[in-house]
Design a protein around this ligand. Sequence first.
Ligand code: ACM
Ligand code: ZN
Length: 531
Amino acid sequence: MRPLMTIILSAAVFMAALPSFAVSIVPQPVSIRENRSVVRLPRTLTFYGQTRALKNLADVWGDSYGMIAGVRTGNEKKADVKLYIDDAMEAEEYGLEVSVENGVVIRGGSPAGVWWGMQSLAQILLQSDGGDGRPFTVPGLTVQDRPHFGYRSGMLDCCRHFFTVDEVKKFIDILALHKLNTFHWHLTDDQGWRIEIKKYPLLTEIGSVRKETVVGRHGSNVYDGTPYGEGCFYSQKQIREIVKYASDRYITIIPEIEMPGHAEAALASYQWLGCKGEGYEVWPSWGVNEEIFCVGKESTFEFLEDVLDEVCDLFPGEYIHIGGDEVPYVRWKECPDCQARMKAEGITDVAYLQGYLLKRIENHLNAKGRHIIGWDEILDAGVTPTATVMSWRGPSGGIRAAKQGNHVVMVPNTYFYLDYYQTSDPKKNGEPLAIGGYVPLSKSWSFDPYDQLSEDEKQYITGVQANLWTEYIATFDHAQQMILPRYCALSEVAWCEDRTDLDDFRERVKSAMLPMYDRLGLNYAKYGFYE
Ligand code: ACM
Ligand code: ZN
């Protein structure tokens, strides 16, 4: 007994004598080493940026984290934080060093890499804050880090419920905070068309407003009798502003224009877009809608290509998402134009009519130097080898796609649908009404993007994403508590190939991220953390 007690006691005394830190970072970096030095940093940090882009990052960081530390720019010698490009690194890789000699030095393979390093710096500073206006006391340390996946994304549905420009910008800030580099923006659906298209003004005049909304769970047949969506769309000017805002944070936006389903708001605006040519309204209900674009008529293609041309002018990124999910074919089976198209093209299975649309649209976008992404239903519609498949009905579509050589983004509903409940007993925990399901923090964190894939097939998984569908999410406050803290799990799956210690992950989230949410005034779920 005695010798053991002595060892424990002396260890405790020894540890107490050291500056005790153990900084937590989410996602877990490739390596993090602390030494015994302590570096004091003032509450207003002077930044030096080696290039213009890096200087700009200091301002952007100040806008995001001004409540943690003030920012000014200064010369290299005197700066507290120095930002450099290191050509030997991969683009998104970074190294972060805190030392008595040099203060904070962040090097990245590109400005994006430096930017991700600056997110880690924010976490470190928050944990080194003694409060009361005292300087930060930061442990000397070295961090090396690089993301496992190049595609790391959050989707926000702005159709079922609309979020303002400021809220979308805050969503982008939240992506950056979690070192996610892609924003999948769901802009068109049955219940609302939210992107201004100059050539078709009725899309936002008529298509943005539904006359009422179903109350409670869908199928309730109770409606609120209140119009929703007047003025709820993004003008092209606002979209350009948001694209720039995202780009300043090294986040690419992928706009989604749904086709051929989830389209009734467009049909309501221009009735000739549907097979019946009349009787459409912006849908007041949730679920799967039978009213879809008519692909028998050439005028539909003219419309879709015009819309996509304006979309391409607004969004400079490589990918355009063209939807493709949940398409009932009942109208196509009855429509003389669609039937004539099938005959003319030698198509015998109506599902392949969707493949016909997909190919034509893909060709149109390829000619403009763009590539398409579609939901995993496109696998059954005659997918092209060059389309990226977004696997949402569990991971199986993604596995199938990777095995046949299509690129894949994994967003399985069973792990990354953040409109699902976070606890096993939502009533007891006071969770607001959700669409269903059960995806606690630990479930998201446990996702293995490479499950069932060979070494060779792994290369087709380009990344991971979480979706936030908003049928049951009417406010941005609510949206935040659905994605936070589950974005920590998404981020860790996206950055870390190997994840083994769930308890350690939770402790890091508690030390680094929950206090960050508090400091930044973000709303996060207070339940489900230990499920
Ligand atoms: C989807 O959730 N319908 C892609
Ligand atoms: Zn038709």
